[in-house]
Write a protein that binds this ligand. Structure first.
Ligand code: VGL
Ligand code: ZN
Length: 201
C-alpha cells in the first residue's frame, strides 16, 4: 500500500469574496487565520484563484437587462449571473492580504475562458473541461484532499463533489468555509456533497 498523501486546497480567498468586495461572502475573511494555520499541516498546498476576463459570460453586466443573481441558460446548462467580480489583474482578484500565500506549492486559476464559468477547481461548468489540477495532484501522489475557502455552496462544493467523483478522499472543513446561500444553495450543496461521499467536518 502506498501512503496516503494529504493536500489542502484553499478555494478563492480573494478580495472580491471578502467583506467590501464585489461578491462579498458574509464573514468571508473570518476563516483566514484558521487557513493560515492549517497550511502548515499539509504536505501539499494548493490555492485557487477565480480569474475572469472583463467580458466573462457569468457577469450579469454582460447580459443586457439581466439582474445580478438571476439565472440564465448557457449551452452547458443553467448559470447564475453574478455581479462583476475577480476580473484578471484587478485588486478584487488578488488574494486577501491576510492569506499566507508563500506556503502554496501551486496556484491554479479558473474561469479564464469568457464563454464558460468554472466553479470547480477540477472541471469547468460543462463538468468535462479539465483545469489540470487532477493531473498535478496525481503526479504528486496525493490521495486525500481537505477543502477550505469560499464559497461553501459554489466553488468549494463543486470542487468537493468533482474530487470525490475522481476518487480522492475528500473532507470539507465547514468552519473554514463561508457560504453565499442563494435561494437554499447551501442546504443543496451540503446534501449533494454528502451524497457524493464528501465528509463534512
Ligand atoms: C464563486 C460565484 C462566482 C466562488 C466564484 O468562489 O464560490 N462563486 N464565482
Ligand atoms: Zn467567478
Amino acid at each position: 500500500m502506498r501512503p496516503n498523501i494529504q493536500a489542502l486546497i484553499v478555494i478563492d480567498v480573494q478580495n472580491d469574496f471578502c467583506p467590501g468586495g464585489a461578491l462579498a461572502v458574509a464573514d468571508g475573511d473570518a476563516i483566514i487565520p484558521r487557513i493560515n494555520a492549517l497550511m502548515r499541516e499539509f504536505a501539499v498546498r494548493v490555492l485557487t484563484q477565480d480569474w475572469h476576463p472583463a467580458d466573462h459570460s457569468s457577469f450579469a453586466a454582460n447580459h443586457p437587462g439581466a439582474a445580478p443573481f438571476s439565472l440564465t441558460q448557457m449551452p452547458y446548462g443553467p448559470q447564475v449571473l453574478w455581479p462583476t467580480h475577480c476580473v484578471q489583474g484587478t485588486p478584487g482578484a488578488d488574494f486577501h492580504d491576510g492569506l499566507a500565500t508563500d506556503p502554496a506549492d501551486l496556484i491554479i486559476r479558473k474561469g479564464f475562458r469568457s464563454g464558460i464559468d468554472s466553479y470547480s477547481a477540477f472541471f469547468e461548468n460543462d463538468r468535462e473541461t479539465p483545469t489540470g489540477l487532477e493531473g498535478y495532484l496525481r503526479n504528486r501522489g496525493v490521495t486525500d484532499l481537505t477543502l477550505v475557502g469560499l464559497a461553501t455552496d459554489f466553488c468549494v462544493g463543486y470542487s468537493a463533489i468533482d474530487a470525490a467523483r475522481l476518487g480522492f478522499g475528500v473532507t470539507v472543513l465547514e468552519d473554514a468555509c463561508r457560504a453565499i446561500d442563494l435561494d437554499g444553495s447551501l442546504a443543496k450543496a451540503r446534501d449533494e456533497m454528502k451524497r457524493a461521499g464528501v465528509v463534512l467536518a
